[in-house]
Design a protein around this ligand. Sequence first.
Ligand SMILES: NC(=O)c1ccc[n+]([C@@H]2O[C@H](COP(=O)([O-])OP(=O)(O)OC[C@H]3O[C@@H](n4cnc5c(N)ncnc54)[C@H](O)[C@@H]3O)[C@@H](O)[C@H]2O)c1
Length: 336
Amino acid sequence: MKIKKLKNIINKIFVSHGVTKKHASICSEAIINAELVGAPSHGLSRLKMYCDRIKSKLINPKPKIKIKKISQSIAHIDANNSIGFVAADLAIKTAIKNTKKTGIGLVGVKNSGHYGLSGYYAEQAVKHNLIAFCFTNAPPAIAPHGSKKSLFGTNPICFATPTSSKVPFILDTSVSVINRGKIRVAARTGKKIPQGVALDKFGKPTTDAKKALSGVQLPIAGFKGSGLAWMVDILSGVLTGGNHSGKVRDPFDDFSGPQNIGHLFLVMKPNLFVGNYSQRIKENIKRIKKLPKLKGVKKIYYPGENKYSRYISNLKKNILIPKNILEDLEKLNANK
Ligand SMILES: NC(=O)c1ccc[n+]([C@@H]2O[C@H](COP(=O)([O-])OP(=O)(O)OC[C@H]3O[C@@H](n4cnc5c(N)ncnc54)[C@H](O)[C@@H]3O)[C@@H](O)[C@H]2O)c1
């Protein structure tokens, strides 16, 4: 489907669910971006879930979002159960505005929901020639090191910086070995998952996707990844007033209350300590890219390069929508 047509349909669906035109546009931009960068598990495949949660009054389509100014640099947002895209959009824009005034911007968000891809918000800061960190917690998927019960989300860690080229450096990674979307797809298609990514509910390693979904996902790098997931839970949840320690509800399966997810955005000017950051980052990347390569490796990429080239090439194409998701989209569009 053509990007513009799809954007119109998503806008109309959100508006028919009571979302304002402005907020609907923020949501549709984020969803389309996920499709374009090649992360469909955070795109259209979630549209029905957002609508179901609005209908169940678990996402507030017309939130009264409060921004509390703590200092020139720091703000605290109570998102009033808004859809995560809207809260995160406001938060990163506030952090960018404060950074331009003071050199640094820190924004904590509580009472939010799933906001999609962290890199999408970090990239907004990079477009203003700023550095950004973005954190969000997520529903239980990963077992803390030593436990057989999941508690941490796949809690992505995102760091982005301008590179002095048009392609930003965006390290945006979940802390599970593979993302949950891939396990859901394998479960649906009856495929096995790789060794070493999940345990069943008894704590035994499994390659059976269904057993993995009812069991736990493993963090990257053992106790180190578990520690990183914990750090994100503290920064996003404990610090901001959001849910934490396993209390964030799964948006697909748990309709017993709002998610109350927390996010944290930290933005800074790149020239806080040195006047020639753009030259230094250019030199840094150039040196790394010149290193001798392993057999079979043509090029050393920096984080974000792959997504950027996918985005540019997908901009010229139609968005391919799997049959089951197209059916959902048509139903939502017909019922609007
Ligand atoms: N909102 C949420 O609750 C939530 C939870 C988990 C993940 N996410 C999002 O899901 C997305 C996907 O996460 P993921 O862990 O599957 O990411 P991924 O494995 O696709 O990529 C992780 C990072 O590695 C980089 N990378 C990939 N190949 C590379 C290469 N060859 N050389 C150098 N760098 C390379 C990517 O650019 C990226 O920065 C992220 O955008 C994340 O924010 C969101």
